[in-house]
Design a protein around this ligand. Sequence first.
Ligand code: ZN
Length: 385
Amino acid sequence: MPGASGTAEQSASPSGSSSVLEIPVLPAELLDTIHFVACTTTPPRITISASADDEDDAAEELAEWLWMNGAERPFLVASAHGQQLIHRITGVVGTAVPGPHATQAWARSCSGAARGADAVVAIGGGRCLDAAKLVAAGAGIPFIAVPTQLSHDGVCSPVSVLPRTVGGLTESLEAVAPHVAFFSQPTLIRSPFASLRAGIGDLLANPLALHDWKLASDAGLEQINHAAWHLSAESFRLIEPLLEEPLGPERVEPGLIGLLAHALVTSGFAMMTVGTSRPVSGAEHKISHAIDELFGGRAHHGAQVAFASLVSVALHDLDVEAFRCCLVNLGLPYHPRQLGLSHHDMVAVLLRAPNTRPGRFTVLESAGLGESEAAVLVKSLWAEV
Ligand SMILES: [Zn+2]
């Protein structure tokens, strides 16, 4: 489970480290004061199925685990991916299938039906979990997460990202975080490989978000929360060894699933600690949101974030080529054309990005890019675009 203690020294990359993305050193004035980090937020308890290859066995484990965790009368929110896991669950009060177009209104409409249950259990991908968080919040009952994909770090966050209307722009809403989560190894091992890549991609943002947070702190705009800082850094360190070699489907095994699950939960816990996405989301998320707003989602959220991180790496004066190699190794997009975007499109994205989350100071605001500066940056990153 994610720990909540650490020392300031642990947060700094050792001098001379070959890390692709170095985690910044905490501001000097904080170093004397951080010996122990106390955290008042309780991390979600996670369980990974003992069964690694038989989904029926994992379904049986899940049913027993739910009962042991007090969900004797659950309301299920289950996507198509989750159907194989639900058939052993007993005492079900009701079931809802959110589908790919679930909206905030859909979630609200389910809350009434869920009120007689003792928990909302979400079994599915990101949209399913996000919808179920709102159902649970509306019904005033606990939320239990059973993710069937590991594509982003929102599994254990208190934030629900859903559109207001079908096809509309998504909004981030405060909902409820799970207090427990179950990871079915057979389900996750067979999940689309692109979703696992995206999950790793989302965590590449963490060191860059910390660089951005430090910028805001140095500018006197924000205070750094030490516990959240350490959790975000720890989350990235868990997946850092994966960045060194090409990642193909043959490397997907139980160890990788467990590692990524812990890293994503730890990242979510960093958000829970401060109640916002600040420790894990900076300029690279703004750029991904700008792509969504201007051109519609072009890839998994985590894949877009990883691509956008190239811009943050350049603006923070970090090693662009090493990071580009890392994206290639992971099979994540490293060039706008892989997202169907042109040079001109990317300039528009960079100009739009600061507006996607006003009030969050990042390296984009620090750089204050105008149209000509954005064009120069795009050309320097992707000369042949
Ligand atoms: Zn993200």
